[in-house]
Design a protein around this ligand. Structure first.
Ligand SMILES: [Zn+2]
Length: 443
């Protein structure tokens, strides 16, 4: 009986608590946040008045709120209704680096230790510094180091960087390779260029007015490199470079698909996060992974009605690794890969007023389709949060067009009210489809 009473009392308290303000961020009432700003994200009954210290919080009709606050160095106390939050900001730590570049007297022979090794323009692993990903066993001439990076000489005047953990010492000596011939093939859906070498060499393939390929560490040219330009025959729709028979460098360039609307296109849809990966938490406590999946499933139906073949990286609340999402898209020979997400902001951007839709791409071939999609999402009422280049793993795939759509901000009440509403999710999905269709209609 006593136990029942205790249960009843605690139920009563739970009931009371559910009516009080709910803070979903910061995640606890005693945290360290090393930023000059942060925000309180949560919900309260819209008819209530809520103050954080003495500032009135603006509550959206949905109940959600995002209230930015400044943080002083040291301890900051915030009274949020009856609650007290203690947020500590550490004094700025001076990270001045004492790392210096070291050049060796004699070069050392190394090779890539695994597939998908990034080579970097500078010794900082910042996403947009990536120049190329190389497969396993490609010889590299190491001439120095800087912190965790090795300096690589590719040609007489060309240097790049790789992370020390990505390469291993090789038994070979550094020597120049030879180009032994070229083969060109036209297949129904692609053009295939093959460069025959006597061994693997590093290369960089990049988009220009077509594709530029530079093959390094080859003899017979004053700079130890060969440059090729591959013309476009229409818009770029995916390409890839790989080695065949150990020493033949193959470049495949897909043709622009000749389709009416979206009919017959292979489209991979990727609902972001899933399973234990929740993603961002909305001001009403909702989870990004669920919103992503809801929009994705609606988009799937709409695209199938338009005649596209749609593949889903996840159809339910399951965990899927990032690179498995890319491999899945490649396995299905996708023409387009679309990752659906919803956004959050870092503490430092608490006062930025950012809201709306962003569309991200990594390879330039995907920028225009991103613009078309954003245009349509703006038409259904989202703010323009720009088309942006960013190095997200799922869109670092050259083999198809690949974009990542942040439909709205989970933490911004206006956006949150839209993206959690089924009717709006349907409108957003229609808008994405319309954007894709416009892109193909204008080819
Ligand atoms: Zn996300």
């Amino acid at each position: 009986m006593k136990r029942i009473l205790i249960c009843l009392i605690s139920l009563l308290f739970c009931g009371v608590k559910a009516n009080a303000v709910e803070i979903v961020y910061p995640k606890s009432n005693n945290v360290t946040i090393n930023s000059e700003s942060t925000f309180f994200i949560g919900n309260e009954k819209p008819e209530k008045e809520l103050y954080i210290n003495s500032e009135k919080v603006s509550i959206h009709p949905s109940g959600g709120f995002l209230h930015p606050v400044k943080l002083n160095a040291g301890e900051n106390i915030f009274k949020v209704g009856d609650l007290e939050y203690r947020i500590t900001r550490n004094e700025n730590v001076d990270y001045e680096s004492c790392v210096k570049e070291v050049l060796y007297n004699r070069s050392k022979a190394y090779q890539t230790a695994k597939d998908n090794v990034p080579i970097w323009a500078t010794p900082y692993a910042h996403g947009l510094n990536r120049l190329q990903h190389l497969e396993k066993d490609i010889p590299l001439k190491v001439i120095g180091e800087f912190g965790d990076f090795y300096k690589i000489q590719l040609a007489r005047d060309d240097y790049v960087w790789v992370l020390a953990g990505d390469i291993v010492k090789s038994d070979e000596v550094n020597s120049l390779a030879k180009i032994e011939g070229f083969i060109y093939n036209e297949e129904p859906d692609k053009r295939v260029f093959t460069i025959k070498l006597n061994r693997k060499v590093p290369y960089i393939l990049s988009e220009s007015s077509g594709l530029d390929l530079v093959v390094y560490n080859v003899s017979g040219y004053p700079e130890d490199k060969y440059e090729f330009h591959i013309n476009k025959t229409g818009k770029l729709f995916g390409y890839k470079a790989y080695y065949k028979n150990n020493s033949e460098l193959v470049i495949e360039v897909k043709n622009q698909p000749s389709v009416k609307g979206l009919e017959g296109l292979n489209i991979t849809l990727d609902a972001g996060h899933g399973g234990s990966e929740i993603g961002a938490i909305g001001c009403l406590g909702d989870r990004e992974k669920d919103v992503n999946l809801a929009i994705t499933l609606k988009l799937k139906n709409i695209l199938e009605q338009a005649g596209a073949n749609v593949f889903l990286t996840r159809e339910d609340d399951s965990n899927v690794a990032l690179y498995d999402r890319v491999k899945f898209s490649q396995k299905n020979d996708s023409d387009i890969f679309i990752s659906i997400h919803n956004n959050a902001l870092p503490d430092s951007q608490a006062f930025s007023n950012r809201s709306g839709t962003s569309v991200f791409y990594f390879y330039p071939q995907s920028k225009d389709i991103g613009k078309k999609v954003l245009e349509q999402l703006i038409k259904v009422g989202m703010c323009d949060d720009k088309v942006r280049r960013e190095s997200f793993a799922v869109i670092r795939n050259t083999e198809s067009l690949a974009i990542l759509i942040e439909v709205g901000y989970m933490i911004v009440p206006e956006d949150n009210a839209k993206i959690t509403d089924e009717k709006f999710q349907q409108q957003a999905a229609e808008a994405i489809k319309q954007g894709l269709e416009n892109y193909f209609n204008e080819l």
